[in-house]
Write a protein that binds this ligand. Sequence first.
Ligand code: HEC
Ligand code: HEC
Ligand code: HEC
Ligand code: HEC
Ligand code: HEC
Ligand code: HEC
Ligand code: HEC
Length: 247
Amino acid sequence: MLVLQDERASGKGSFPWTRYAADLVLCLATLGAYARAAQHPVPLGQNPDSATCIECHADKTKGKRVHSAMAMGCNACHVVTQARDVTTINLVAPAKDLCFSCHAKSTEKVLHGPYAQGNCIVCHSPHSSNWPNQLLAPTQDLCMGCHVRARLKVNTKRRIAKVPWGVTLTFDQLKGWQYIGLNKALNANHPVEGHPVRGANTLLGTHAAEINCLSCHQPHHSQSANLLPAKFANETALCESCHKGEF
Ligand code: HEC
Ligand code: HEC
Ligand code: HEC
Ligand code: HEC
Ligand code: HEC
Ligand code: HEC
Ligand code: HEC
């Protein structure tokens, strides 16, 4: 485009439609390629095995935590089709159903929005990562990525939001979500004013696990509202697990 402007500014001849047309054709061709998003950029021939895939996609098997399913081979989830010299790669099931094909969907009463939608890959890599359970960020950052105003980048006009680790969600995928009103340091003020959400559990002593979102919530599902952990019969029992005899 800059080139076009230069040519016009220099007054050399008329508007270069031929060049523009060439750009347009290129542009449409690119669009075409995206529409057939599953076309693999490199032809792979018949029945390539995982070792072949890993020659070029070694990054998928690296990281401190590798999904156990990777041992079953790439074709546990990807299906390769070769027609003439065009290779297409699709998932063996639609993305929203894929994880549930091996991990049974919970039948508990309360399902966390993204879990219920089968949108597992907003929190987990299907392949590998450096965090336990192939999470895409440390757990606390994961939760705060959607539930803390300062972390979620919301574009109201386009009705989308982007979490800090780069995944974009539509407002439909975020239906029903709420911000929690943490303090500036993002370490306190929930579920009640002044309450710590991270750091030492000073009530139970130095050997107790640190407080984090999962001290009081489950990430996927629960029998009670607010994804409270199953082991507590109700909210008071949860509070009393740390505040012994206070409630
Ligand atoms: C000769 C190198 C090479 C081999 C072998 C290879 N890939 Fe790729 N693949 C690429 C490149 C380059 C891209 C585009 C950049 C990227 O996404 O990494 C790509 C993209 C992809 C994509 C995203 C785009 C799409 O087509 O959906 C998937 C999925 C994929 N590869 C899976 C596989 C699987 C599964 C195998 C083995 C059956 C495999 N690849 C073998 C080079 C290769
Ligand atoms: C082909 C079967 C299969 C599919 C599909 C599958 N998984 Fe797994 N997954 C397993 C097996 C087997 C294990 C290990 C045993 C277990 O924990 O159930 C596992 C374990 C896990 C674990 C625990 C850590 C680990 O790797 O052992 C996570 C997290 C996980 N899967 C997430 C996912 C997500 C997210 C998806 C969808 C992208 C998915 N899985 C799809 C088979 C599968
Ligand atoms: C448990 C299921 C599962 C297994 C096993 C699996 N994949 Fe994937 N893969 C996925 C899903 C789901 C996506 C789509 C991720 C997305 O849309 O962000 C994906 C996307 C990809 C992509 C394109 C996007 C990216 O992250 O670069 C490549 C390349 C890829 N897989 C390669 C592989 C290779 C190579 C193997 C075997 C070594 C493999 N996958 C095994 C589920 C799997
Ligand atoms: C909101 C983020 C989030 C979403 C969405 C999510 N997970 Fe998880 N998942 C986690 C966290 C956090 C843990 C670790 C829990 C812990 O440390 O106790 C985990 C742990 C797991 C584990 C290992 C422990 C276990 O519960 O068996 C599996 C398997 C798993 N997830 C599968 C899935 C599948 C399948 C989906 C989609 C249907 C999914 N997850 C969606 C955050 C998420
Ligand atoms: C000490 C326990 C505790 C911790 C730690 C905790 N929560 Fe909560 N959370 C609760 C309770 C209790 C409720 C229900 C509050 C109510 O009914 O008003 C709740 C409610 C929520 C809700 C529903 C909306 C709302 O405000 O009622 C969200 C979202 C939430 N928590 C996210 C988080 C995240 C993210 C973290 C980590 C940064 C976290 N919670 C840490 C106890 C906790
Ligand atoms: C990808 C965005 C996303 C991430 C990441 C996320 N949440 Fe949520 N969360 C939602 C959405 C959407 C809802 C509203 C739908 C629903 O009720 O589950 C929700 C609702 C909740 C609720 C209220 C559930 C109820 O009973 O109404 C709690 C509690 C909660 N999330 C805790 C967490 C915790 C803890 C984490 C980290 C493990 C987390 N969230 C990570 C999107 C997210
Ligand atoms: C995982 C442990 C844990 C759980 C569960 C827990 N708390 Fe706390 N709570 C703490 C700690 C630690 C403090 C800080 C104590 C201190 O420094 O004096 C605290 C402080 C408080 C305070 C004082 C806040 C202030 O301004 O100093 C109140 C009120 C409170 N908790 C109520 C609750 C309620 C209500 C629940 C149940 C919904 C609950 N807590 C669940 C660990 C917990």
